[in-house]
Design a protein around this ligand. Structure first.
Ligand SMILES: Nc1ncnc2c1ncn2[C@@H]1O[C@H](COP(=O)(O)OP(=O)(O)O)[C@@H](O)[C@H]1O
Ligand SMILES: O=P(O)(O)OC[C@H]1O[C@](O)(COP(=O)(O)O)[C@@H](O)[C@@H]1O
Ligand SMILES: [Mg+2]
Length: 533
């Protein structure tokens, strides 16, 4: 279905349940910061919108693929969607000395961030997200805000910086001084006391790894959490966590909306694995890659100094091999990088053993970086998989590090009668338990401030993050419906293969059947489609 000419398409979160859309249709009033909608559907709201070039925009309502110069705004919910009479106030930042010289203090609702920044000349305009930043109007009086912050899931460098900057952002920019820390992850809402957070309390925390609020897996009970939010009179909830946490945040938002509460729910994506979709990269990733260099360097120094040295460094990456790939690309000392997305095999032509043998002959040593999630199906054939899960329901992985070390040692001892000097390094927790580096600290600050501006402006049920370097408000479902993984058909993986000259393992029968972005690897070879990015 097509909307009228001269319109933009505002698409609400695609996976919102019927209850959400029902309440939109029955109670939605146009937020005062937006023009009046002229079309509503289950998953889309259309508002008059003229493109920046001021030419009419055509839009589609039923598919994600826009036609012609189709413009799609995947919008985030606003509190006025279900609280139409919510009063707004001038943003206190208008009196801020710091912002006084900024050309445009407030982000106009017209500004959006494109999901794709490399497009063909004649391609449609495509999907956009709201640009993050302070808005002219806010929907909370500063002295009526009671905010809380919670951290969930695994650790990641920079969590404390995000906590610090949410507290300081709320306090310095908006004059909010009622901020609570929820201890120990989601279950902390209903099983622990809260911690009072002030700029003074959080002043130094960015210099420490971990999270001062502590974290946990499991324990998400939406009703108990929202009961607690209501009981404590909390009206802004900042949730720092990965894909699992963001799914939990979406449920909290839905419940808040169902109960008609004036509560802004802001998700701040955290993952050491960089597996969160849509955003450019996750905070702490840069720090983790940098720290991984130390382990790789140690492995290299060790194996270089002995005969037939084989160094193995295991890095994190459950389903996504980004840390391993970037650490390898950065290091130049790595001979081979194994990631979950690229199946490998050991024996025979084109296999890992053959490659190691060759490198040992050439250089006398070899360094292998392996992501923890690599080769899981392959190892499962060799080892008894237990099918165990962690408290959040994440599958527990078979430990590839010791398995691979043993296989290599056995092979060279038995087949080549050759003693291998194996140096196995497992720095996994070391790289995520450290404080964030300078660039991640700045990134964390921007994330935290974007979240604060979004919540104060009345947006709710959103995630913040950079999309093509510009911070945006993204519907939570967009960052949870898929996982970000290394695309073997993208140029970055090709760059890695070119730099290490490692086998591509494409001869692997199993691998060639394995689907990569909808194509088998054989298709990829036949189409020679290693392109993009
Ligand atoms: N599908 C889900 N729905 C609701 N809550 C979830 C979901 N998946 C995970 N959670 C909750 O989110 C928190 C963190 O999840 P986890 O998967 O451990 O880490 P991460 O958020 O870093 O991926 C846990 O408290 C867990 O109970
Ligand atoms: O031992 P823990 O704390 O469960 O963490 C291990 C896992 O955490 C991760 O760092 C990812 O954690 P998140 O899903 O919380 O981001 C994985 O790389 C790793 O498998
Ligand atoms: Mg996760």
């Amino acid at each position: 279905m097509e909307c009228a000419i001269s319109s933009g398409l505002y698409r609400s979160s695609p996976s919102l349940p019927l209850s959400f859309s029902t309440s939109i249709s029955s109670t939605t009033a146009t937020p005062s910061h937006l023009p009046k909608p002229f079309f509503k559907s289950r998953s889309f709201l259309c508002f008059p919108l003229v493109s920046r070039q001021n030419h009419p925009i055509r839009c589609q309502t039923s598919s994600r693929t826009p036609d012609d110069d189709g413009f799609v705004l995947e919008d985030v919910p606003h509190l006025t969607n279900f609280l139409p009479d919510l009063p707004s106030y001038p943003n206190p930042l208008q009196n801020s000395q710091a912002y006084a010289i900024v050309k445009e203090t407030f982000v106009s609702p017209e500004f959006v961030v494109a999901e794709q920044n490399v497009v063909r000349k004649d391609s449609p305009r495509g999907v956009h997200f709201r640009r993050a930043g302070p808005r002219q109007k806010v929907y909370f009086k500063s002295d009526e805000v009671r905010a809380c912050i919670v951290t969930c899931g695994g650790l990641c460098p920079g969590i404390n910086t995000v906590i610090r900057e949410v507290v300081c952002g709320l306090n310095y920019m908006y004059g909010v001084d009622d901020i609570l820390g929820i201890e120990g992850g989601y279950r902390g809402f209903y099983s622990r006391n809260t911690l009072r957070l002030t700029p003074k309390v959080v002043n130094d925390i960015h210099k420490r790894g971990g999270t001062i609020l502590r974290t946990s897996r499991g324990g998400h009970d939406t009703h108990k959490i929202v009961d607690n939010i209501q009981d404590r009179g909390i009206n802004q909830v900042y949730i720092i966590g990965g894909d699992g946490t963001q799914k939990g945040a979406a449920l909290i938002y839905k419940e808040v909306e169902k109960r008609g509460l004036q509560v802004a729910v802001a998700g701040i994506p955290k993952t050491i694995d960089n597996d969160i979709a849509v955003i450019d990269r996750s905070f702490g990733f840069d720090t983790a890659v940098e720290e991984a260099q130390r382990a790789i360097n140690a492995a290299h120094v060790e194996v270089e100094s002995v005969e037939n040295g084989v160094g193995i460094v295991k890095l994190m990456g459950r389903y996504s091999g980004f840390i391993a790939m970037f650490a390898t690309l950065a290091s130049r000392d790595v001979d081979c990088c194994l990631i979950p997305e690229s199946p490998f095999y050991l024996e025979g032509q084109g296999g890992l053993f053959e490659f190691i043998e060759q490198r040992l002959k050439e250089n006398g040593h070899v360094v292998i970086v392996v992501a923890e999630g690599a080769g899981q199906d392959y190892i499962a054939k060799d080892m008894q998989a237990t099918g165990e899960k962690d408290a959040s329901g994440n599958r527990l992985l078979l430990d590839i590090g010791p398995w691979l070390s043993q296989k290599i040692k056995d092979h060279f001892t038995k087949v080549h009668k050759m003693a291998i000097n194996m140096k196995y390094i497992d720095p996994t927790y070391m790289i995520r338990a450290i404080p964030s580096n300078a660039s991640d600290n700045i990134y964390c600050t921007l994330l935290a401030q974007s979240a604060v501006h979004g919540a104060m402006a009345g947006y709710s049920g959103f995630t913040v993050g950079p999309v093509n370097s510009r911070h945006a408000y993204i519907p939570i479902s967009r960052v949870t419906e898929t996982q970000n993984t290394v695309k073997l058909t993208d140029r970055m993986w090709a760059r890695l293969l070119a730099s290490t000259n490692q086998p591509s393992f494409l001869g692997c029968n199993e691998a060639s059947q394995k689907k990569v972005d909808g194509e088998t690897i054989d298709d990829v070879i036949n189409n020679t489609s290693i392109a993009s990015s």
